[in-house]
Design a protein around this ligand. Sequence first.
Ligand code: GDP
Ligand code: MG
Length: 163
Amino acid sequence: MANLVAIVGRPNVGKSTLFNRLTKTRRAIVSDEAGTTRDRQYGKCEWNGREFSVVDTGGWVVNSDDVFEEEIRKQVIIATEEADLVLFLVDVATGLTDWDEDVALILRRSNLPVVLVANKTDNNYQHYAAAEFYKLGLGDPVCISSATGSGTGDLLDIVVDTL
Ligand code: GDP
Ligand code: MG
């Protein structure tokens, strides 16, 4: 699939919420419980006359930490193999985690264009909190709130400029 944008990140960062907002569907199930999105969801997004495809990478398994980490790795690797651009979601409310570092390592090695996205930036104060994600070595985070839609227009500008 040409012009495929993959949304990756650890469980509960808001991947499915962002997918649904970008594709204007409710296809991906949003849940507080990690491990809800079993299947990869594909959809279309149009911005400024440009159309591209979006994939919500789910498939998380939460039986044990080992399986879990392996599953994250697997999903991110599949994403890097098929995508033209990766949106790497992190969560300002939770802050930087070891899993974020693991995913960042895989993404840096992939040589794909990666946009680091600090989700759950629901208010201005949280913009400051997002600065810590700079440590991931993927540039400045783009602050958005998938819940309210704040910042998603700027993110889409970056996506269509980069694709
Ligand atoms: P996924 O596991 O990465 O697909 O995450 P989900 O999209 O299922 O979201 C996990 C939880 O985070 C849900 O309770 C969402 O409502 C919540 N959530 C998603 N985006 C935002 C956001 O921008 N702000 C806040 N406060 N909550 C969000
Ligand atoms: Mg999900």
